[in-house]
Write a protein that binds this ligand. Structure first.
Ligand code: FES
Length: 235
């Protein structure tokens, strides 16, 4: 991907990615760091929170705020897989395709999702709601077959259960992951990630949403059962 010129064909300025409110957040984030370059990743997540991926225009705006060259933004931004370089669905559904999960039925889960969503792994639905991918090991092998939706874990899923989860998200219902957190849209997660440094420090017992880790809290439905090592495929 190249950073294109900032003028469009009709020579009209490209519309701003960051509105005044987000621009103010960007400047507040940048001000937190003695070296402005350190704010690069949060600001790219802020850009991603607008359109769901890091646009060329967004990179140019980050370069301007941080007084960096667009090439410096591009080289850092293209390194991280959580920063998306092309349009992606509101919900990224990742089904593990590594050994444990494949042995315990992951292919059936992928097939069920492909059939339901009408896309193949690696594609995004035409309404922009779901992207489906076959992922490498999600590091929850004893919860195989394992899947994530926007990096929230679900264990021991069957094809029917995976479909039920995306159906619920499609209806706008709250879906809790195995750690009891609601699955957020990719734009919400990007904004939370970008602005995490602006929020007050977490105190001892406060529960702060995170994108990783695991704090099983309850049996909240399909895919949220405790891990059952050795349990066989159930569909
Ligand atoms: S093999 Fe699927 S999570 Fe590790």
């Amino acid at each position: 991907m190249t950073v294109k010129q900032s003028r469009r064909a009709d020579d009209a300025p490209a519309p701003k990615v960051l509105n005044p409110e987000l621009r103010a957040e960007a400047e507040a984030i940048a001000a937190k760091y003695p070296n402005s370059r350190s704010a690069l990743l949060p600001l790219l997540f802020l850009v991603q929170s607008v359109e769901g991926y890091v646009t060329d225009e967004g990179m140019r705006e980050v370069a301007e705020i941080l007084d960096l060259e667009p090439a410096q933004i591009l080289s850092s931004g293209s390194f991280y897989t959580m920063l998306k370089k092309r349009p992606q669905g509101d919900y990224l559904v990742s089904v593990c395709r590594n050994i444990s999960c494949t042995h315990l039925g992951a292919r059936k889960v992928v097939r069920a999702l492909e059939d339901h969503l009408g896309i193949e792994a690696g594609e995004t639905t035409s309404d922009g709601m779901f992207s489906l991918e076959a992922a490498e090991c999600l590091a929850t092998c004893d919860g195989a077959p394992a899947m994530q939706i926007n990096y929230e874990d679900f264990y021991n899923v069957t094809g029917d259960e995976a479909v039920a989860l995306v159906e619920r998200l499609g209806r706008g219902e709250v879906v809790l992951s195995v750690r009891g957190e609601p699955v957020r849209t990719s734009r919400q997660i990007s904004h939370e990630t970008a602005t995490a440094g602006l929020r007050r420090p977490v105190t001892g017992t406060e529960h702060m949403p995170t994108m990783g880790g695991e704090t099983p809290k309850q049996d909240g439905g399909p895919g949220t059962r405790p891990k059952v090592p050795g349990e066989g495929p159930r569909d």
